[in-house]
Design a protein around this ligand. Sequence first.
Ligand code: TYD
Length: 196
Amino acid sequence: MPGLFLTFEGPDGAGKSTQAGKLAVALAEHHPLVVREPGGTDLGERIRDLLLHRPQGMSAVAEMYLFMAARAELLETRIKPALAAGRVVIDDRYHDSTVAYQGGGRGVAVDWPPHFPKPDLTILLALPPQDGIGRLERAGKSLDRLDAEPLEFHRGAAATYDRLVKEEPERFLRLDATAEPERIHQQVMERVRKLL
Ligand code: TYD
């Protein structure tokens, strides 16, 4: 597909949204489409609400399919048309999150569906799982249903991210999320410039 598909991954509290925002500003002349998952469509936002704020939870497999259903809607209605038009797309979380959290965190078998394009670049902001939750708490952010899962869940996700980087080293840029935000942004830009 033409266009440039860039995704951010990592634990909550790693600064993905900050970095996605900085990248969007730096690429403003390209008029990037900036989205975050789950969400980004009317259907997706309703699914997001079910996923993050339903106190009684749901089965692990249903959870996986809900994340993927929200993603499918976002892909079909916004991301694929933007890429087909040659645009830059910045997605704050994508299918690697499902592989990491529902796969590595919950132990569900997660495939990569053929309808989901692979990103051109995935920036992983790596942070020890306990530090991510600590950062959220210090920032006074309320924890959603997944943030509030036990540390083992977050450890499973972090280990899966590391495995994915090893499996597809050319797709991933793994950066230390504890570095200065401006330094991280420079490293992101160095790599993105080569792809533009
Ligand atoms: P996110 O929007 O990044 O959290 P916040 O806005 O609170 O920083 O993601 C919401 C939560 O959903 C986060 O805990 C990670 C989780 N998640 C999954 O478990 N699977 C997925 O496929 C995605 C996209 C997110």
